[in-house]
Design a protein around this ligand. Structure first.
Ligand code: KG4
Ligand code: ZN
Length: 381
């Protein structure tokens, strides 16, 4: 049960300064300042990010409250991202929110950024509620979760190295495209027109799909995108040494990269969905949820009504999702200590452990899962 009444959320974990007011699942106000100071560096510069948050946070809160038509005395609580993220960046929003809440004697809760992403889709789609499979795909994380209830998360798999968004960002850079790389790769891929009757000119690997095919394999739900990024870099280097160079091949390479990432994500999600009882809903969160090819393939695989992707404004970093997660936790009576600090590697709260065992029956392999509550986060299986 979410807190009744408006909750102020603040998000400053990376390069978006955002504030929002959410009241019982409705976004009353949402302000986002995207820092463009990083574009010249091809990635986020932590020190610049923190300084830009300091400049923007007051204005974003004022704007979100103005849009919502509420003043500080109308608020019922405050939440801010405490991690994971860049520590200097996190500290700006967290300290601001704590000081604001303390001064007005408002309940305060520190929020996990990825839990925020899980709550994002529910702000726009009433059906995006547990139980579901959560596919979180951002620039820093790639996680596959079984969500039976809000606050109880079973981590089925995650990336063993780069996040999906990171693979897009770094590959885009290698191909001479801009930052952030995800939208650039998607745009370049859309420019690619296959020659009729001819196979795709490049083939990139689909990591951890062909070998980890048994549910008893500890890596069955896990992913890896670092090798894929390297495979693209090898192709790019080869093409640079050929007449005509790399440039004419960028759309085809971008398309193949997008296909590879999407195929892995969809296939791993299908593996996860196969072990839960119907209805098999899939809730997607994180910036890569903006990828139209990913949405298309998920909808094809699970059905349009079963896939819940937020709009780009809610899929990428924003404070509305943080306010939603805060409202849910505050509504249960949870409060954070005023001494809570920023934690760049904050573990997801509410992780439950499960052991996955394969049973080889006459009709093939099925999976059996046993649950136990754990205080400490664990990686499953
Ligand atoms: O969730 P998010 O806004 O920030 C983090 O928490 O990291 O995700 C940012 C990531 C970046 O890696 C960006 O390249 C990726 O989301 N992204 C996309 C698209 N739009 C953003 N990736 C693929 N296709 C897109 N259209
Ligand atoms: Zn994010």
């Amino acid at each position: 049960m979410a807190l009744r009444g408006p909750v102020l959320g603040i998000e400053t974990s990376c390069d978006e300064t955002s504030a929002a007011v959410v009241d019982q699942g409705r976004v009353l106000g949402l302000a986002i300042a995207s820092q463009d100071a990083h574009a010249a560096f091809g990635g986020v510069v932590p020190e610049i990010a923190a300084r830009e948050h300091v400049k923007a946070v007051d204005a974003m809160v004022a704007l979100a409250m103005k849009q919502a038509g509420v003043g500080p005395s109308d608020l019922e609580g405050v939440g801010a991202t405490a991690g994971p993220g860049l520590v200097g960046a996190l500290l700006v929003g967290l300290s601001w929110a704590k000081a604001f809440a303390f001064a007005r004697a408002l309940p305060f809760i520190a929020v996990h950024h990825m839990e925020g992403h899980l709550f994002g889709a529910a702000l726009e789609h009433p059906g995006a509620r547990p139980p579901f499979i959560g596919l979180l795909v951002s620039g820093g994380h790639t996680m596959l979760l079984e969500v039976r209830d809000w606050g109880r998360y079973r981590l089925l798999g995650q990336t063993r190295d780069d996040a999906a968004g990171e693979a897009f960002d770094k590959s885009a850079r290698r191909l001479g495209l801009g930052y952030p790389g995800g939208p650039e790769i998607q745009r370049a891929a859309e420019r690619w027109a296959p020659a009729p009757g001819k196979p795709a000119p490049f083939s990139l690997p689909r990591p951890m799909l062909s070998s980890q095919t048994n549910p008893a394999d500890p890596a069955y739900f896990d992913m890896s995108f670092s090798g894929l990024k390297t495979a693209l870099a090898v192709q790019a280097a080869r093409l640079e040494g050929e007449p005509g160079g790399l440039e004419p091949h960028v759309p085809a390479l971008a398309n193949e990269l997008q296909e590879a990432v999407v195929e892995v994500l969809v296939e791993k999600t299908a593996r996860a969905a196969a072990i839960i009882s119907p209805p098999r809903r899939v809730v997607v969160g994180g910036g890569v949820a903006c990828n139209t090819r990913l949405r298309e393939c998920l909808e094809e695989r699970f059905g349009k009504d079963m896939v819940f992707c937020p709009s780009p404004r809610i899929a990428t970093d924003n404070a509305a999702m943080i306010a939603a997660a805060a409202a849910w936790r505050l509504g249960r009576g949870e409060r954070s200590s005023w001494s809570v600090g920023a934690d760049p590697a904050l573990p997801l709260p509410g992780l439950i452990q499960a052991s996955v065992g394969a049973i080889n029956g006459p009709r093939g392999t099925s999976t059996e899962i046993r649950y136990t509550e754990r205080k400490k986060p664990v990686h499953v299986p």
